[in-house]
Design a binder for this molecule. Structure first.
Ligand SMILES: [Zn+2]
Ligand SMILES: [Zn+2]
Length: 253
């Protein structure tokens, strides 16, 4: 019951402050409810609307092994033809180009965790293209412990956790360990990246790896050097099959 005008104005002030708070928090997308790609109002609380999620799946032809965009008549890219990678197959629904690149950057650098929901839906839909059984385990490309100490956002871990909830596949976040701090390799080519990343992972629990089919999760696969090196280590430890589950794949420059 409102006793006076003063009570009413106090209540209004509290409500206005509360709404200001909500619109300035990481949850504002829940109120605004706009798709991050097409900016249309979305009936879901996800970063992407249903149409955009469907469009992602109906994109260009991809290499059957590494998921890079290829020409219509090609099924395997030249890189995979020339050198068989350690992983068996990459599943990555999107090409890392604008506006997908912007979405990935918001996820990673602004730590917008809710974006993982749409990303994981897109990855699972993409994985349905395969007739192979689901892998036995999920793991993620690990961050160097120093970055953990600095409380940097661990986007691969966030995505793997979400994928595990949705698929029921067990996520072991301690299978792979980053042992060397690698240099920033944003602008390096594949050979330079391979050299940079070589021997920078170790496998911690070999008993969980032997004979297993494992999916390594990451947000973006750039040249493929990082996931290939992680796959090499897991295969060396006895893994039977390695899949890479990522949201986006960088096209060939
Ligand atoms: Zn949309
Ligand atoms: Zn390929």
């Amino acid at each position: 019951m409102i006793k006076s005008d003063q009570d009413l104005s106090t209540k209004i002030r509290i409500l206005v402050n509360k709404s200001k708070y909500l619109f300035n928090t990481p949850y504002k997308h829940l109120l605004l409810n706009r798709c991050h790609l097409c900016n249309k109002h979305s009936d879901s609380h996800n970063a992407l609307c249903k149409n955009c999620l469907e469009d992602i799946q109906a994109s260009q032809p991809k290499c059957a092994t590494c998921s890079i965009t290829v020409r219509a008549h090609e099924s395997i890219c030249n890189d995979c033809k020339n050198t068989q990678p350690y992983f068996d197959q990459i599943f990555a629904p999107c090409s890392y180009e604008f506006p997908i690149s912007k979405l990935c950057q918001d996820f990673k650098f602004l730590a917008k965790k809710y974006i993982a929901e749409s990303m994981s839906i897109a990855i699972i839909e993409n994985r349905k293209l395969s007739n192979a059984d689901y892998p036995d385990l999920l793991c993620a490309i690990p961050m160097h412990p120093k970055k953990h100490e600095e409380h940097q956002f661990d986007q691969a871990n966030e995505l793997a956790t979400r994928l595990s909830h949705k698929t029921g596949i067990r996520y072991r976040n301690n299978l792979l360990v980053k042992t060397n701090e690698t240099k920033q390799q944003k602008r390096s080519n594949k050979a330079a990246r391979l050299k940079n990343i070589k021997n920078s992972f170790s496998v911690r629990n070999i008993e969980f790896v032997k004979g297993k089919s494992i999916a390594i999760v990451d947000d973006v696969v750039t040249t493929g050097a990082t996931v290939d090196e992680a796959s090499r280590m897991l295969k060396q430890a006895g893994a039977k099959r390695i899949e890479i589950w990522a949201f986006a794949r960088t096209p060939k420059q």
